[in-house]
Design a protein around this ligand. Structure first.
Ligand code: HEC
Length: 148
């Protein structure tokens, strides 16, 4: 069992570092979505129930990762509100940073909806390598199919 005990601090450090990175990356998201993720009515959608609901479905997970990397052009219906705005692609984030920020949103920002399953960098890298010609408007159309 000695080896297992030796692993625990390493796991805690790794998890802590990822949570930390996610919080740091989220600062740029907060400029629009606000620090609590509540959003701004009519301008920036809340990051709450819709995010967790999408993260529970395979196509929703792809959508969430691609929104961060590709951007999004609505109209978009979130929690009963319509948004007709533009989210620019968040440049300069590698797959690990995208996974970290989504995990921060899923665990620290979103409170409602189903339990959140974490993204790995490998999962995000897979979506990045095969975006399926999804542009910002295609992602809004995908959202309409997934969460009408
Ligand atoms: C410049 C403002 C801006 C920034 C910065 C920004 N977003 Fe957005 N985001 C938007 C807008 C606007 C929308 C909705 C697009 C629309 O109205 O068509 C959106 C939509 C989303 C959605 C879709 C929500 C849903 O329920 O389908 C997610 C997820 C998201 N943003 C996550 C993020 C994350 C994570 C970051 C930081 C890495 C981020 N955003 C940074 C403006 C922004």
């Amino acid at each position: 069992m000695k080896w297992a005990l030796a692993l625990i601090p390493a796991i805690l450090i790794t998890t802590g570092a990822q949570a930390q990175d996610g919080a740091a990356v989220f600062e740029r998201c907060a400029a629009c979505h606000t620090a609590t993720g509540a959003g701004v009515p009519g301008a920036f959608p809340p990051l709450n129930r819709d995010v967790r609901t999408l993260a529970a479905r395979p196509e929703g997970r792809r959508y969430l990762a691609l929104v961060v990397m590709v951007g999004l052009i609505g109209p978009l219906q979130v929690e009963g509100q319509t948004f007709r705005n533009v989210m620019p692609a968040q440049s300069g984030l590698d797959a690990a940073a995208v996974a970290a920020v989504l995990n921060h949103v899923g665990t620290r920002i979103s409170h409602d909806g189903p339990p959140f399953r974490a993204f790995s960098a490998a999962e995000v890298a897979g979506y990045a390598a095969d975006p399926g010609k999804m542009g910002p408007a295609d992602l809004a159309a995908l959202h309409a199919r997934l969460a009408p």
